[in-house]
Design a protein around this ligand. Structure first.
Ligand SMILES: [Zn+2]
Length: 297
């Protein structure tokens, strides 16, 4: 993940100088490798031979335990059912934090989706961050700092994940995908993912980019009343609702940014329906696809 190299180096340097803060916050949109880097860095810290080579050895006892997800000093937590992180999860994390390290090095706690902590969980987490037990490192991962309390933010050292060299990432993506794609397809995937390389990689491998491109064509015609609702629904049938809503949202947003007059009313109306449908889908993941498409278009 070449776009993460600078952050990884900063973390290694801070560790080598014994200046690693006790709480890190990895910020950035989905698909930028925040969780992967947190894992990589955690393994580096827990490995017995990493300091000389600046990377985890992959063969020592710690590395083996880490790879098997059984390392007693690595404790990741994430939202239950993709929804919230509750106070019980934070209380359990706290009880682990006050225990002695099992392998004699750091104890690492990774909170994935930190913005999904309930208020009670966030307050409990704040207390641990304010008075961290010795030898503990907390890595909070979030897509939006606005959803985190200012007191939590003030306790963490933030690292912002983003792509700043698109050419380098195009090459990375081209090497990382398992199939052969043209340069145009690679660029297109990166644009659809809003420069989140891991998301672009996933979509290329799942053949979603062609669907997104096709949807853009049909929707643009629909906005000018050159394609009917029927054609639009037919094009979307059989595709995952979350993908349709995601792509349609981006297409509407892009249309409003680039078109000053014609077709805007219909796009505004569709955009608000998409936002409503996304909320509905979050609550009821097994919604009837045809009914939802008919309501949308
Ligand atoms: Zn190792």
């Amino acid at each position: 993940m070449i776009w993460c190299d600078a952050i990884f180096k900063q973390l290694l340097d801070a560790d080598l100088c014994d200046r690693l803060p006790h709480a890190l916050l990895f910020l950035g949109q989905a698909g930028l490798g925040k969780r992967e880097l947190a894992q990589q860095f955690s393994q580096y810290l827990l490995c017995g031979h990493s300091r000389q080579t600046k990377k985890a050895c992959g063969v020592c006892e710690d590395c083996r335990l880490f790879s098997a997800n059984t390392h007693g000093d690595y404790y990741p937590i994430a939202p239950e059912n993709q929804k919230t992180i509750g106070i019980d999860q934070i209380r359990e994390m706290k009880s682990h934090a006050y225990q002695t390290s099992q392998r004699g090095r750091k104890k690492i706690f990774v909170i994935v989706g930190a913005e999904k902590m309930t208020i009670a969980a966030s307050n409990a987490a704040l207390k641990i961050l304010e008075e961290p037990p010795l030898g503990c490192l907390f890595i909070l991962i979030s897509e939006s700092k606005h959803a985190l309390s200012s007191t939590i933010l003030s306790r963490c050292h933030a690292y912002h994940f983003f792509v700043n060299d698109t050419t380098q990432v195009e090459q990375w993506l081209s090497d990382a995908v398992h199939k052969q794609f043209s340069k145009k397809e690679i660029i297109c995937a990166l644009q659809w993912s809003q420069f989140s390389p891991l998301l672009a990689k996933k979509w290329l491998e799942e053949n979603k980019i062609n669907f997104f491109d096709g949807l853009q064509g049909v929707l643009n015609q629909y906005f000018y009343r050159k394609a009917s609702s029927y054609e639009l629904i037919k094009y979307c049938q059989g595709k995952a609702l979350a993908d349709i809503l995601f792509a349609a949202y981006l297409i509407c947003y892009h249309f409003l940014k680039t078109h000053a007059s014609d077709g805007r009313a219909i796009v505004y109306s569709l955009l608000s329906k998409i936002i409503g449908a996304q909320k509905l889908l979050e609550k009821h993941p097994t919604l009837n696809e045809t009914l939802l498409l008919e309501a949308l278009f």
